[in-house]
Design a protein around this ligand. Sequence first.
Ligand code: SF4
Length: 173
Amino acid sequence: MGLDTEDLSKSFALPTRMETFMAWGRKNSLWPMPYGTACCGIELMSVMGPKYDLARFGAEVVRFSPRQADLLLVAGTITEKMAPVIVQIYEQMLEPKYVLSMGACASSGGFYRAYHVLQGVDKILPVDVYVPGCPPTPEAVLDGVMALQKMIEDVRPRPWKERWTRPSFLAGE
Ligand code: SF4
């Protein structure tokens, strides 16, 4: 009996389908942890409310414990002093975990060109999605969440995540 390539392809199809199935589940059940520090944090609240309704995307179960969250929503100015705290929170989160940077301050320091302000949270965390604006509109945040969902669904490689290690300047704290 010859080699049945159709059967062979079916036997290899299962892991792929399982991966796709898991990605679908992850995409539709993100558990966000908000890290709001400034005005963007206030804007983020409206995304959770009934008008913009983040629940439509399966991400309404906001958690304030990193152990129960897989999406860190960084919304607002991040100072150098906060860096060890936010890194510790990130390290305590479940894998696979994601980071969304909301607004100019979180993404680049915004207009705070000061010694004590981190010039972008990606200096200390592997950011998956940047949402521009000051503050970003709720629609832009939803767009960012949808972009993240697409990334999860497509099981895209995340080299920035693979390369991430605890920042060396926090090693001694
Ligand atoms: S980006 Fe603008 S709205 Fe958001 S925290 Fe900074 S100053 Fe406030």
